[in-house]
Design a protein around this ligand. Structure first.
Ligand SMILES: [Zn+2]
Length: 169
């Protein structure tokens, strides 16, 4: 069985800390785990470059040690591995910022203040402002990553064909 999730590289952790420090002061105590997703996922016809989820009680328990917190992790961000490798740092920051905008720190919450919110348009208004130099970055990035997947599929197909031919001779 191929392992779907793998540890992120240091550049992810570094950029994530920077984005958190620059834009998300309310998350300063949040425990956020980042993982690479090696499986291509689609949503609405586009490649999913990143995804954020809240943890549940079981994951909190299982990640206690890793998070060095009795509560474990609050959020998990998964990042398409090929996508991350293909994006430049500017787009990586946009991607992390977008995912983190989905978090919502609810000061009035009685138990867990770390919640998630969705966007009403395809992005958050704050992000539209920050990305106005390149408003279609997400489509551009998703198309680029889709092309990489497509190319690899094609290469694998060609290899299989060659192998088949080799057997016939
Ligand atoms: Zn989103």
């Amino acid at each position: 069985m191929a392992i779907r999730y793998v540890e992120v590289t240091d550049d992810v952790r570094k950029l994530l800390s920077k984005v958190l420090a620059d834009h998300f002061g309310e998350l300063k105590n949040a425990k956020i785990m980042a993982l690479f997703d090696q499986k291509k996922r689609m949503s609405g016809g586009h490649i999913v470059l990143g995804h954020i989820m809240k943890t549940n009680d079981l994951i909190r328990h299982l990640t206690k040690e890793d998070a060095s917190s009795a509560e474990g992790y609050d959020y998990i961000i998964t990042i398409d591995k090929k996508g991350w490798e293909a994006l430049n740092d500017k787009d990586r920051v946009r991607l992390l910022r977008h995912e983190l905008r989905h978090t919502f720190f609810d000061i009035d919450a009685e138990e867990n203040p770390y919640k998630l919110i969705d966007h009403s348009i395809s992005d958050f208004y704050e992000e539209v402002e920050l990305n106005k130099d390149d408003p279609k970055w997400r489509q551009r990035a998703a198309t680029m990553v889709a092309d990489i997947y497509e190319q690899e599929k094609e290469e694998a197909r060609e290899k299989r064909m060659k192998r088949k031919k080799g057997r016939k001779q």
